[in-house]
Design a protein around this ligand. Sequence first.
Ligand SMILES: *Cc1c(COP(=O)(O)O)cnc(C)c1O
Length: 354
Amino acid sequence: MTAVLEVDLDRFARNVAHVRATVAPAALMLVVKDDAYGHGLEQIVRRAWEDGVEWFGAFDVRTGLAVRNLLGTVPRIFVWITTRDELDDALSAHLDIGVGDPALLEEVADAAHRNAARARVHLKVDAGLHRNGVRPEAWRGFVERAAALDAAAVIRVVGVWSHLAEASDEEDEASRAVFDRALAAAADAGLAPEVRHLAASAASFARSEFRYDLVRVGAFCYGIRPTGGPSDDSLGIEPVATLRAPVAHVDEGGVHIGIGALDGLPSLLAGRAEVRTPAGLRRVVTVDDYDSVIEPWPGVGHADAVAVFGPSGTAAASATDLAEATGTIGEEIITRLSPGIPRRYRGEGAGPDG
Ligand SMILES: *Cc1c(COP(=O)(O)O)cnc(C)c1O
C-alpha cells in the first residue's frame, strides 16, 4: 500500500457548478494547467466537459493539444504561452491563442498563411502585472495591426484579455481601468471580440465588474481557497483532493507513513500540522525525505491510514490550511506532490476503480 491522492469528481462538479452560478451570466473557462492543478488532466476535463463547461484554459500548447485529443473538436481551448515552433500545432488543433506581443502577432499571421487556417487570437494588454501583455502605450498600434489582419481574414480576434495581480483592491481597480481603456481602443480599431476576460478565482467572486464575458478559474474549481482569505464555507467550495497515507510501520518514535519531503510534503509540516487518524487528530512529528512520523494512537495497525489533507470532516487540514502553516499557497501543496503518488478517482465518470 502506498499513499494515494483521492480525487472526488462529484465534489469537483459541485464546485464547478457553484462557480458557474456565481459568475453567471459570464461563462467559466476552467484552467487546467499543471495537470489540472495536480488532480489529473484527463478525468478533470472529461467530467467538466460532460457537465457543460465549454472553455478550457490550458496554459501551454502541449496541454492544449492533450485536451483537444481527450475532448474532440468542439470545446474552446485557450493557450497563452506559445513559442513560434508550436504555432503550426496550435493552429491545426484549432486552439485559441493568447497574443501579448507584436512580434508574436506577426508570427501567428505567418503561421496562419502557412497553414491556410485563420488563427483565433485573444489580444492581451498588460494591465499592470508587467509579466507579459502589450503595454498600454503600444496598445493602439497593436489593435490596429490586429484589426487589419482580421479584416484580411488571416486571424480572427475573438478575445481581449488581461490578468490581475490580486494583490490589493486598489491595484485590481487600476488594472480594470486600464483594461476598459484597452477595450475601448480595440472597439475604435473596429474589433468586436466575442469574449473579454480579466478575472481568475478571487476577483471573479469578489465583484461582478471583474467578470466581463468569461472568467478563467482554476483554484476555486478544485476547492483551493486563497491563503489568508475567506473560508471554504463562505466561498461555497470544498477541497476536491484528499491525500491518504497508510501506516507503513510503527516503532517507539511513532507511526511511519512512508511519504516525505521528496514525495512533495513540505518538511515544515513537522510540528506544525495535524493529520486525521482513525482515533482522531495527531501531530506530525517529523518529515524526512521519504517518510514522516505521526504521533501514535492506541491500537494503531497496518490497516490504518491517515488523511494528510482534504475536506473538513475527512482531514484535519485542507491543502490551503497546510499552505498557511508552511508559508506557501494551496496550489503548491497539491501540485508539488510526486506524480508517483497515484491519483484515484471517485464519483460519476470515475471508471471501474472509482
Ligand atoms: C493560473 C491562471 C488562472 C487561474 O487562476 P486561479 O487563481 O487558480 O483561478 C487564470 N489566468 C491565468 C492567466 C493563469 O495563469
